[in-house]
Design a protein around this ligand. Sequence first.
Ligand code: IFM
Length: 755
Amino acid sequence: MYSFNNNKITIKDYNTPTPWMNYMSNGTFHTMISQAGGGVAFYKSPQIWRINHYRFFHLPTDRSGFYTYIKDGKTVWCPTNEPCREKPEKWSATHGMGYTRFEAEKNGINVTATYFVGEFENALIWNLKLKSDVDKKITIFPFVELGMMEFMRELQWQCYNKHQLSCYNMDDVLVYKYAVEMQPKPDETPLVYFAADVPVKAFDCDRDEFVGAYRSEENPQNVEKGECTNSTLYGGDPCFALQLEIDLKAGEEKTVNIFLGTAMTEEEIKKSVTHCREKDFVDKSFKKLAEHWEEHLSKFRCEIPDKDAEVMINVWNPYQAERNFQFSRNISFYATGTFRGVGVRDTAQDILAMVPFDTRRAKDKLNLLFTQQYKDGHCNHYCFPTEGWEPVTRIHSDNHLWLVMAAYNIIMEEGKLDYLDEIVPYYDGGEATVWEHIKKSIDFCMENLGENGFPLMLSSDWNDMLYKVCRKGKGESIWTSMQLGTVLPYMAELAKLKGEDGQKYLDIYEAQKKLVNTIAWDGEWYRRCITDEGTFIGSAKEPQAKIWLNTQSWSVISGMGDNGRKAMDSVEKYLDTPLGIKKIHPAMTTDYPTKDANLTMYNKGCGENGSVFCHANTWAIIAECILGNADRAYKYYHQLLPMIAQKKAGEWRYKAEPYVYASNIFGPESDKFGLANVSWLTGTAAWMYVAVTQYMFGIKAKYDGLEINPCLSKEMLPAKVTRVLRGCKYEITITKNEKTFVSHIEGRKEYSITI
Ligand code: IFM
């Protein structure tokens, strides 16, 4: 059904259990596209500048998209396979780094359609290569169903606002103008265009004219008729459809390029289209894209016996992490891109996997998050920098602490303190250096301790669902204490490097550690939190949700848990399944701990209630590496590899892509055990990358150099790794009997290597 080959995956059957997606982006213009050509394009923000219609959760699934109808006599088919009922005789879809390619054949016509977004113009390029065995005249109809740019407005106000839209022809370039009452940022809203680099015979801008009544993308009436009607649209439902006549000589290959792009004015559209139509533009853009990814992925590469792990480590995990860094949790097949902007907690974690690749990108993102911090040290929960909307101001106990971790990682990667001196404004006025910002994070935590001395939960910690048990403001988070414990030594180290006294951070650490080992220890594991009423969640004494994963793994990560080893044994005993580690055990009923302050509305085994929560699995892998348990770390790592979990669960049970991590997998208490959910945009991507590169391979940037401390099981040995640090390339070899050798291949080495 699929095969991996270098930096790509080829899917041979279009009928996958869910759409298997890929993302394309140049940082401004973005597209998500499935193996069947469905998907959505947007300019900067899917919330306010969405280009085409993608109908989430509707039947048929995965519509609409970026389709080209091939009309060959009476036969109509699409190289994307969907949406026509008539199917190609041969077909494959290949997802690569920033591009997707369809190869299809029918009735002697061969089409290769490559979709990508290049660096030089804000456009999705469809590069079509057409070939025929015999002389043929065919008509092709590239088509995009446009939508209102604001998805929520479309759902609510479409009946009025649709009559303010226009879509028209400007010298064979179709233009869509979204200018409606009360839209956000009208002056920054682009025009959308659709152009080809071959003559246009006719076009349609009115979707209903092109498709016809009671029809769909499956069988547009103007394709059936073989001609567009040159419809324009000043009010109604817009589309872009072009009619292109192609004369194919036997054996000859013809190239047609289609550009779906954005520009601010008609003049700019003309310039952009002229540029796109230049002879080498498409080839140059594609070459640049390939070079970009080659460069990006060269920062860390490994050769190991486990080839499934190898392809994830070298290609798909860093690729997913980059896309996740870029899009936060905004838009995927599962997330509609309507409500979540940039989450401080999530994005700060995503930054961790960007740091080894590009510290400037990491710093820019982190600086954005610092603008959401208040002078007292707490942070907004989400912000909407592109849309300009008000942030979500709930105060969580963890957001501000993630900022410390991200900043520390940047300093270690760069091996210099400069970043700490960058000045970033506070959300509530004034500005401060990054160093001051992160000190405030700790201060806020210390000023918000509960009766037992742990950090107050506030509006929850990393586990979203804890919000209900601390509404009265008294609940305390044991996990946040461990998160604090993880970053306090970082603060002490940074203070020392800055020539300041960091002892107070170590003192706080010791005090919290004591609480963790006394109040939080339950006998077999660490408890999770304390409710407003003083009940311990995550205790053997409780009837449900007795053990939670995070306080076990973080007891080790923070170094606080004197019983960390025992706690991690309990993880294996109670939480591990063949498809990954559950977040809690046993799953809860919806009236626990009380009907009014219940922890969950999720069905058992789903989402936050007893699923295998992949993000949190990464911390168990890290904890096992810290404890030196290479075999267990590998077991946890390997069982979550998407292609392995998919094989074990079965492709039609697992459903999601076998090349990217999902957020969670339904747990054994669900009758759908093994169903992977919310793939692509998940914190799993960043943390899994950190887990495998920095803990299993054990290759970590430290202030004065590279630390190499592997924890690899036999399946990963021998290992050969190249890692670029501060412009210097190293080759690290770890032999079967766990001896490590390092050679310096490129760049000027100015720091130490510790093995
Ligand atoms: O930590 C959260 C994240 O912010 C959103 N998804 C679920 C996670 C766990 O609750």
